[in-house]
Write a protein that binds this ligand. Structure first.
Ligand SMILES: Cc1cc2nc3c(=O)[nH]c(=O)nc-3n(C[C@H](O)[C@H](O)[C@H](O)COP(=O)(O)OP(=O)(O)OC[C@H]3O[C@@H](n4cnc5c(N)ncnc54)[C@H](O)[C@@H]3O)c2cc1C
Ligand code: FES
Length: 254
């Protein structure tokens, strides 16, 4: 079992990549050397200066001596993070959680909704073969991922439509594993589109409001089949699609 550690990471680079979306690269060999695709970190937005708790962000990719995060600026925590500049020291807990289950030599179909695709790059860099489908509201929400099939609701990038329109029998049959990440409603629509015979290939990267990020506060439950709950931070954030109780998860309005 890996030990959860807090690291003093240094901001190497920060930039706005899309309106309201910021990329930060941290130097931190300690986290980068053990991180796996689909894991996240808990980042302290403003050390000691403001009572904002840590915020969970998925590791988007590894860099030469650290890792990169890509996040939406939507509230006090991410606003403080967006102000970080090169040279700042930031306490970061991680890597946390269970990421994608990757079998050697497997081919993947990745299906992302908007900023949900933040984190796909690490998986794309790790596995042998990927086909990537991205859906977003408009071109300002399509994160740069290289070769992928894109649709937007207003048609401003790729074709016009929803990401479910890109899913085909051929793509589902040809993939060993299927990764899905995005808003809950989008993931539920994708899940409903996938025929039963392919559902055991599907892995879902979930999100929940988090406290501790490592299993002690009970603040991040995801409803699972059979009536129980699992901790998004420790047993997830990636779960098999079959494990999730979609009806209760959707009703919870997370
Ligand atoms: C495991 C995990 C990985 C994540 N990875 C990323 C990532 O790579 N990039 C990214 O942009 N965001 C990611 N998030 C979401 C990110 O943690 C939140 O956007 C952030 O904590 C918001 O903090 P804030 O103080 O800026 O806004 P807040 O004031 O805390 O929230 C602003 C609004 O967003 C809603 N919200 C905040 N967090 C969540 C959440 N987890 N689920 C649902 N609604 C939420 C709040 O209800 C509120 O309406 C991740 C969340 C989890 C749990
Ligand atoms: S966030 Fe505390 S148990 Fe998951």
């Amino acid at each position: 079992m890996s030990v959860i550690r807090d690291f003093d990471c240094v901001v190497k680079h920060s930039e706005q990549v899309l309106p309201g979306v910021v990329k930060i690269v941290f130097d931190c060999a300690g986290i980068a050397s053990v991180a796996l695709p689909g894991q996240f970190v808990q980042i302290e937005p403003s050390p000691g200066a403001f009572p904002v708790t840590r915020r969970p962000i998925t590791i988007n990719r590894l860099t030469e001596n650290g890792f990169e995060l890509l996040f939406d600026v939507i509230g006090p925590g991410t606003e403080l993070m967006a102000r970080m500049k090169p040279g700042d020291e930031v306490r970061i807990l991680g890597p946390l959680g269970c990421g994608w289950t990757v079998e050697p030599g497997s081919s993947w179909l990745l299906i992302g909704g908007g900023l949900g695709a933040a984190g796909f790059q690490f998986l794309m860099d790790t596995v042998d073969s990927t086909t990537v489908l991205i859906g977003a509201s408009d071109s300002d929400r399509v994160i740069p991922l290289g070769a992928c099939h894109v649709v937007t609701e207003d048609g401003s990038a790729g074709g016009r439509g929803l990401v479910t329109a890109l899913i085909s029998e051929e793509l589902l049959a040809g993939a060993d594993s299927i990764a899905v990440c995005g808003p809950v409603a989008m993931m539920e629509a994708v899940w409903s589109t996938i025929p039963e015979k392919y559902r055991d290939k599907v892995q879902i990267s979930t999100e929940s409001r988090m406290g501790c990020g490592w299993g002690v506060c009970d603040g991040c439950s995801i409803p699972v089949s059979g009536g129980g709950y699992k901790k998004c931070c420790k047993e997830g954030p990636v779960f098999s699609g079959i494990e999730i109780d979609w009806k209760r998860w959707k009703e919870a309005g997370l």
